[in-house]
Ligand binder design. Structure first.
Ligand code: ADP
Length: 219
């Protein structure tokens, strides 16, 4: 979370600058002279702080009126989304083996409180994904929940849409929207006996993005 705050705010204010912002917010408009007096400092000492605060747009200065608070001006949301990386916001992946029964998959969905399960092969490499609707389909047929493995119902490789930890949040969000899916396995390609396999290192879903939006709105 500390990392998140640093990224969101973009600039770090010194404790003196924070004090000035608080004072102007509560008492503004207030002159530089008055701020200096309240902090027991000279006007000259304060000058660089006031310059930074007005340059960043946090404070505004009007001649003969003084300083008043404008707010923290950060980069636009779109810029942040392109800058933020999947690895900073993804969750722990919830995986099941491809031989897991549909019954156990349903239990896992409830136990782990997830919408999408990531399916791996016996070596732990990405094999497919299984959503709630995939599981709901079982109710239409006469399959034996205890015997049929998830591999029968899952969406399998190479059709699984994935992201890497270094991908931007924007590109991940785009994939979720374009493919009308709820979750993306976060993967790292590895060499498996001369073939490329995909290690599952995380999952990124709609909830991660909504949480990020809420954090950004409150930052
Ligand atoms: P739900 O089934 O709850 O609506 P989704 O919209 O995520 O959830 O899934 C819709 C379909 O897309 C399912 O058949 C599922 O297997 C598939 N799916 C889900 N996630 C992915 C993904 N990352 N890549 C490819 N297909 C996916």
């Amino acid at each position: 979370m500390a990392h998140f705050r640093r990224v969101v705010r973009g600039i770090q204010l010194s404790s003196r600058q924070e004090k000035i912002v608080k004072m102007v917010k509560e008492e503004g408009p207030i002159t530089g002279e008055q701020i200096a007096q309240a902090l027991n400092l000279t006007r000259a000492t304060l000058r660089p702080d006031l310059a930074i605060l007005t340059m960043t747009g946090i404070l505004d200065a009007r001649p003969r009126v003084g300083y008043f608070y404008r707010g923290r001006i950060g980069p636009p949301l779109g810029e942040l989304f392109k800058e933020y990386k999947v690895k900073d916001f993804n969750s722990v992946p919830v995986v099941v083996k491809d031989s897991t029964s549909l019954y156990d998959a349903i239990v896992t969905i409830f136990m782990e409180d997830v919408d999408t399960l990531i399916v791996v092969n016996e070596k732990g490499f990405l094999e497919g994904v299984l959503s709630r609707k995939d599981l709901l389909k079982i109710t239409l047929g006469k399959m034996d929940l205890y015997k049929v493995p998830v591999s029968v119902m899952m969406t399998r490789m190479p059709n699984v849409i994935t992201v890497t930890p270094e991908d931007s949040i924007y590109s991940a969000a785009r994939k979720l929207v374009e493919h009308e899916i709820d979750a993306l396995p976060v993967i790292k390609p590895v060499n498996d006996n001369g073939k490329t396999a995909f290690q599952v290192v995380g999952r990124l879903n709609n909830t991660n993005l909504v949480k990020l939006l809420v954090e950004l709105s409150e930052a």
